[in-house]
Design a protein around this ligand. Structure first.
Ligand code: HPA
Ligand code: ZN
Length: 315
């Protein structure tokens, strides 16, 4: 990666902590927790990182998360991510975590949260990286389950800046979560949601109008709807775009076809993020490098993208 890209101060606003679980750490945690894995070794697991769509990835992502059991595991996961950030001049992070992925396996909510929180605090003190944590609801599960998760989170209200919506997008439109998002907002939490990754522009409209989100996660399909484009430009609604993720999950066929720079030039407040870096081939730095290599991103464009990420912070 060119040094000038690495040196740019950046914020990461779209990162699933469970998606930063590198195969080496996954194997180490499996051994520590005495869990038998379906993959022979790290290389076999890495070779399985070939996806045709979001669902194929999610199946592996949830399987991988099964090795996370103790507070220490969640600490180690988060700490490893923050060290990567430090190396790439990511100075602020607003990561997601998926409580239901863990509570549904019998891991107490507070075990997950304490490990993540302690690492974030250490990151602030020892690495100088500021943060705001986002609790994400799994949209393939009913809204009632999201309500239960929000209830579990409320004793720890101050640990979060907001709520998000992730997992399988198609067939699970934002409107299904209107009430739980209203409840979260009434508690003073910000709202963000994945929309327009695989799902249609209509899902982005719903996320804006019904969930009243502050940022759109992905949102690359907004470009199919001119009226929507005008709205997100006029209102300067940030998009947390994840270029390498979009290629790995076949949202675009090649990086050369990605629309992030076209959006940037049209005045959309786009940012660069890694989504699930352990699975998609890189962290924020590698995502910037891919735009430079395949789309001819200039230094001026890189600076605007990095500044957008700092401007779009919620914490
Ligand atoms: N999309 C939806 N849900 C997710 C993703 C994603 O890219 N990564 C982790 N959960
Ligand atoms: Zn995501």
């Amino acid at each position: 990666m060119p040094e000038w890209l690495n040196a740019l101060p950046k914020a990461e606003l779209h990162l699933h902590l469970e998606g930063s679980l590198e195969p080496e750490l996954l194997f180490a945690l499996a051994e520590r927790n005495q869990i038998a894995l379906p993959w022979a070794d790290v290389e076999t697991l890495r070779a399985a990182y070939a996806f045709n769509n979001l669902q194929e990835f999610l199946d592996l992502y949830y399987a991988g998360a099964n090795v996370l059991r103790t507070e220490q595991d969640f600490y180690d996961l988060t700490w490893a991510y923050l060290q990567r950030c430090k190396a790439q001049n990511v100075i602020h992070v607003e990561p997601f975590f998926d409580p239901q992925t863990h509570t549904d396996r019998g891991i107490p909510f507070e075990v997950v949260l304490r490990g993540i929180q302690q690492a974030l605090r250490d990151g602030e003190q020892q690495l100088g990286i500021s943060h705001g944590l986002i609790l994400s609801f799994l949209r393939h599960l009913p809204e009632e389950e999201a309500f239960k998760t929000l209830e579990q989170a409320m004793p720890f209200r101050d640990a979060f800046i907001g709520v998000g919506l992730d997992s399988s997008e198609k067939g699970f439109p934002p409107r299904l979560f209107e009430r739980v998002f209203a409840k979260a907002r009434s508690e003073g939490l910000h709202a963000v949601a994945h929309a327009g990754e695989e799902g249609p522009p209509e899902y982005i409209w719903e996320a804006l109008d019904l969930l009243k989100i502050k940022r759109i996660d992905h949102g690359v399909r907004a470009i199919e709807d001119e009226r929507l484009m005008q709205r997100i430009i006029d209102e300067q609604i940030p998009l947390t775009v994840c270029p390498l993720s979009n290629i790995k999950l076949c949202v675009f066929e090649h990086m050369g076809q990605h629309n992030i720079l076209e959006m940037l030039e049209r005045g959309v407040k786009v940012t660069v993020n890694s989504d699930d870096p352990a699975y998609f081939g890189g962290y924020v730095g590698e995502n910037f490098a891919a735009l430079h290599e395949h789309l001819g991103m200039t230094e001026a464009q890189a600076k605007r993208l990095a500044q957008n990420s700092l401007d779009a912070r919620l914490a």
